[in-house]
Design a protein around this ligand. Structure first.
Ligand code: CDP
Ligand code: CDP
Length: 216
């Protein structure tokens, strides 16, 4: 693709955004940023310091002090940190503290793939390709329960489904940068798509959007 292509991928928990973003990035030779990790790492820093998740000053300091290279994904991908991330992500000052680094990443000359909740709406509203990935709550809970189990975390499906629903509500209901589809995004429902089928559908969306934008 042409220089500077930005692909924005948003959607609710365990919809398959990250998997798609990684594969699209590899396919198009673009760097990838999983922005959920920023909120997970901010929450992790607070927990490690023994601070409550509503300590705004400490949360902003933690967000400003993040170093991407220090991320311990094994820890950040736990159920506990998914939940804690969505609590700190509702603090407007935390979101504000993370905007510049996300836009900086997206602004690199070679382009980028970013995935999260507000990439198409707030971080990169100019992105020519925006995909909004969804799947039923039940399917997402199933996937997340399998994923957590494969990471060695003991979880039961009912608890994970409750988590997914609570996170959907918190992420969609917050005042700042709520989870919502950008007007010019293309929806991709992966409820009945495996990873390969979802990836093929996403590639088609990218090609279509690029053709529309006159870029191929
Ligand atoms: O992988 P999963 O979708 O479960 O979570 P994540 O993408 O790692 O994001 C964890 C939490 O961070 C979400 O529930 C959101 O509250 C928050 N988040 C956000 O507010 N904005 C983003 N761009 C990315 C994540
Ligand atoms: O990033 P997000 O939380 O939206 O989801 P993910 O981390 O990409 O996917 C969550 C889990 O579902 C992973 O274990 C994926 O392998 C799996 N998955 C799937 O089974 N089928 C899909 N179409 C997409 C993801």
């Amino acid at each position: 693709p042409e220089r500077g292509l930005i692909i924005a991928i948003d959607g609710p928990a365990a919809s398959g955004k990250g998997t798609l973003a990684r594969r699209l990035a590899a396919n198009f030779g673009l760097p990838h940023l999983d922005t959920g990790l920023l909120y997970r790492a901010t929450a992790c820093a607070l927990l490690d310091e023994g601070r409550p998740l509503d300590d705004i000053r400490a949360a902003v300091e933690a967000a400003r002090g993040l170093a991407l290279c220090d991320f311990d994904e094994a820890r950040l991908r736990t159920r506990e940190l998914g939940e804690a991330a969505s609590v700190v992500a509702a603090i407007p000052q935390v979101r504000a503290a993370l905007i510049d680094m996300q836009r900086g990443f997206a602004g690199r000359p070679q382009g980028a793939v970013l995935d999260g909740r507000d990439i198409g709406t707030v971080i990169c509203p100019q992105a020519p390709v925006k995909i909004f990935v969804t799947a039923s709550a039940e399917k997402r809970a199933q996937r997340r329960a399998l994923e957590l189990a494969s990471r060695g975390e003991k979880v039961d499906y009912a608890a994970v489904l409750a988590d997914v629903r609570k996170r959907d509500e918190r992420d969609s209901g917050r005042s700042q940068a709520p989870l919502k589809m950008a007007e010019d995004a293309v929806a991709l429902d992966t409820t009945d798509l495996d990873i390969e089928a979802a990836y093929r559908a996403a590639c088609e969306i990218v090609e279509e959007r690029l053709a529309l934008a006159g870029k191929v």
